[in-house]
Design a protein around this ligand. Structure first.
Ligand code: SAM
Length: 226
């Protein structure tokens, strides 16, 4: 994404109530403060996707994470036009997500058109790398899931391998979301509109971590009896 310096973005972000400051202080008490269930979008960009979802689903609390003020300010400006009570923003790098959320606090994570980081030496920065999946596992609820969309076939291939190697199960996969059975209810992101408009197929997968069975619920065979 090309970044333009947006004058006054830091001040606007600091003054907006949708932006949660010092989010680490809410770790473990998110549901008491904002309610639940909580769905995150990591790498939210200008917030079109999250704003539409928040409007459609007032019973869900949406949190958008974006690391650049110049981008986040566009989402903040949308709230100046239509302030939705169930949308919240965090200006932070998702690398530190475990400092902000406790295990079980998040029920769904959306990764939309994440930066591909094509160079080998940048693999750890990809939002579907094994280290990131570990971070998500540590904040998701027992039945929590990740939904990932991209136009980038190489990143999608990488993500499928990363998911398998990290002990996650695939719940849905398509390499052409817009001509698949998963299209119903799909909300388009800014990047999705752009790429779909260029005729590019959109890949989508849904996945969740496989959890070790609780000791008390397994017998000596190791089979889960719950
Ligand atoms: N999700 C939006 C969409 O689909 O239209 C924006 C996609 S844009 C390619 C990726 C966004 O993710 C950028 O705004 C970038 O700043 C943000 N981003 C990338 N890595 C991030 C990280 N580690 N933490 C927070 N935001 C990140």
């Amino acid at each position: 994404m090309r970044l333009r310096n947006v004058r006054g973005s830091r001040e606007k972000i600091a003054a907006d109530d949708h932006v949660i400051k010092e989010p680490e202080k809410l770790k473990g008490s998110w549901s008491k403060i904002i309610g639940s269930p909580i769905h995150l979008e990591v790498g939210m960009g200008k917030g079109k996707f999250l704003t539409e979802l928040a409007r459609l689903n007032p019973q869900i609390e949406y949190i958008g994470i974006e690391k650049f003020s110049n981008v986040l300010v566009r989402a903040v400006e949308k709230m100046e036009e239509e302030s939705l009570p169930n949308i919240h923003f965090l200006r932070m790098d998702a690398e530190y997500i475990e400092n902000v959320f406790e295990q079980g606090e998040v029920s769904r994570i959306y990764l939309n058109f994440s930066d591909p980081w094509p160079k080998e030496r940048h693999i750890k920065r990809r939002l579907t790398s094994p280290r990131y999946l570990e971070r998500y596992r540590n904040i998701l609820s027992d039945d929590g899931e990740v939904i990932f969309k991209t136009d980038n076939q190489e990143l999608f291939d990488f993500s499928l391998v990363s998911i398998q190697e990290s002990g996650w199960e695939l719940l849905a996969v398509t390499r052409d979301l817009h001509h698949s059975k998963y299209l119903e209810g799909n909300v388009m992101t800014e990047y999705e509109e752009r790429f779909a408009g260029q005729g590019k197929p959109i890949c989508m997968l849904k996945t969740r971590p496989i959890r070790e069975p609780n000791q008390e619920e397994s017998d000596e065979t190791g089979r889960d009896r719950s």
